[in-house]
Design a protein around this ligand. Structure first.
Ligand SMILES: [Zn+2]
Length: 296
């Protein structure tokens, strides 16, 4: 870790305030939920205090502390009891420079269902985030949570905390926050495809391998590998059968072009001209249809 560029105290505090505002406005946290931390030296972080809304913090509220738990700042507020899991991530993976924890509704729903985010369904999630394991439930603020996440801090970029929420980390605090955003987006897409649409084309193993190569070339060495499909199922265009694009060229020529006067509305006697489309044409069509309906 020689030559690591740490943010200054001021930069770290400003970043925490900005991430807190975004977390709150994006509905990732309610009331005083969530916590954020940013590393400013090998064993020193700035973090959010307990009992404060992350959307309305100022610099004086933030807490500076060592990874052994010693508080260095002179402010009146205490660090969150959940800072223990942040500290554990920094200890397990010295490359991590920022950690975010929140309760985004969709991630939390998956965490409550005990379902990890691990379907190979779209590139951005796989490249920048990777798969997200769901770790077993432990009481918030207890030592059980840091112990539960420890096995995943090096090989993954985020976890779901069983029946609790989401935790993400990265080589900068913004990196960690973007992963939190990516998790919630991934969970949204998984919910639509799995639980509402009810279908997902899983990427093939070759397609996944290509994305893993891209991830590696971007210097991202963690994120896990999701299960993949033996054969691709997404190589055909999906177009409505009667769309012009779906027809062979010869057949396309025979497709009838829409003409305003050619609507088969049963109003053959309508005085609409074929080159029309003006307001008066529409009024005439409407009147013709109403006349026909009234004669039924
Ligand atoms: Zn929490």
């Amino acid at each position: 870790m020689a030559g690591v560029q740490f943010p200054t105290d001021h930069e770290a505090k400003q970043l925490i305030l900005e991430v807190g505002r975004r977390m709150y406005t994006k509905n990732f946290v309610a009331a005083n939920d969530g916590n954020i931390s940013c590393k400013v030296d090998h064993d020193i972080i700035w973090t959010t205090p307990t009992g404060v809304s992350k959307g309305f913090m100022d610099e004086d509220m933030l807490v500076k502390m060592r990874l052994d738990g010693t508080v260095l700042s002179a402010g009146a507020l205490k660090p969150s009891s959940e800072v223990k899991m942040h500290i554990r991530v920094y200890k397990e993976n010295p490359e991590v420079m920022g950690v975010t924890h929140a309760h985004p509704p969709l991630c939390t729903s998956f965490a409550i269902a005990g379902i990890g985010l691990d379907k190979a369904i779209y590139p951005e999630a796989l490249v920048n985030l990777g798969t997200v394991p769901c770790v077993h439930y432990e009481t918030p603020g207890s030592q059980g949570i840091p112990d539960s996440i420890a096995p995943y801090c090096k090989d993954y970029n985020a976890v779901l905390l069983g029946n609790h929420g989401a935790l993400s980390w990265g080589k900068s605090l913004m990196d960690a926050f973007f992963r939190l955003e990516a998790m919630e987006h991934y969970a949204l897409v998984l919910m639509y495809t799995g639980n509402i649409i009810g279908k997902a084309n899983v990427l093939s193993c070759d397609q996944v391998q290509e994305l893993l190569d891209i991830r590696k070339s971007l210097g991202i060495n963690a994120g896990g590998v999701p299960p993949c499909a033996a054969k691709p199922s997404n190589l055909k265009d999906v177009v409505a059968p009667h769309s012009p694009v779906a027809q062979p060229v010869e057949e396309r020529k025979e497709l009838k072009t829409y003409q305003p006067g050619s609507i088969d509305c049963g109003c053959a006697a309508s005085p609409v001209s074929s080159g029309g489309g003006s307001v008066s044409d529409i009024e005439q069509i409407t009147q013709a249809v109403l006349k026909r309906l009234s004669s039924l």
